[in-house]
Design a protein. Structure first.
Length: 234
């Protein structure tokens, strides 16, 4: 092939590629997801940068707000189904605005639209200190085993009125004790709300003849889960 032929082939190839790129349409969701992905990567980079503050504290940077503007070429395409009952449907597609229109044999109406918006950073836990969940096994009057849960925030403030759920983990109990717990062994109160001190309590009902010496429990509160094991008094 001559030099002129090679140049012509390259030009045709570039023209075909450009035309294909110009014809690429996507949905609004796809463009917004790409923007969000770029913002997340930028925030990840900023998260790795910190500034020294008071002893034991470091300050990190974050993007509080990102405003964007999309100039989109909206295309309403009309398609007609000839098989079976005749039906006509319309599809909305979009792409970034380009300088030249590409000829198309389809019936279409093109609209240029400007879409503006912003991404706003929302602090985790709505800006409140994170919740701290503690649980411990206790032995009450008459040697009855129980569990005490304390719910507070990272600032040490008690959180009253929080729903706490207690469950006996029978599979883990069997793994720890070597025997499955009896059907009559369970928690007495499965759901308890924390009091003014941020505490919730329940007791364990141990069936007569229970052979399991360790009972595995799970505690769920404020979207957090704790696992603990309580020894059954002899």
């Amino acid at each position: 092939m001559t030099r002129g032929g090679n140049a012509g082939a390259r030009e045709r190839g570039m023209s075909d590629t450009t035309q294909q790129a110009q014809e690429l349409f996507g949905t609004l969701d796809e463009y917004l997801l790409e923007l969000a992905d770029g913002l997340a990567k930028a925030q990840e980079e900023l998260g790795g940068i910190s500034a020294a503050g008071a002893p034991g504290r470091q300050f990190t940077y974050y993007v509080p707000k990102l405003e964007f503007e999309l100039r989109m070429d909206l295309r309403v395409e009309t398609s007609t189904t000839t098989t079976g009952p005749v039906a006509t449907g319309k599809i909305l597609k979009m792409r970034p605005v380009r300088l030249a229109d590409v000829a198309s044999s389809q019936t279409k109406t093109e609209i240029v639209s400007v879409i503006r918006g912003s991404f706003v950073a929302v602090p985790a836990n709505e800006g409140l200190p994170p919740v701290v969940l503690d649980a411990r096994c206790v032995i009450g009057d008459g040697g009855v085993p129980g569990v005490v849960v304390r719910v507070r925030n990272a600032a040490g403030e008690a959180l009253p009125g929080v729903e706490v759920e207690f469950n006996l983990d029978r599979r883990t109990t069997q793994s720890l004790s070597g025997v499955a717990p009896l059907a009559g062994t369970d928690v007495v109160l499965a759901v308890v709300r924390t009091d003014a001190a941020g505490e919730a309590r329940t007791t364990l009902r141990v069936a007569a003849g229970e052979q399991a010496r360790i009972l595995a429990l799970t505690v769920d509160a404020a979207s957090r889960t704790l696992a603990l094991s309580c020894e059954v008094p002899r």
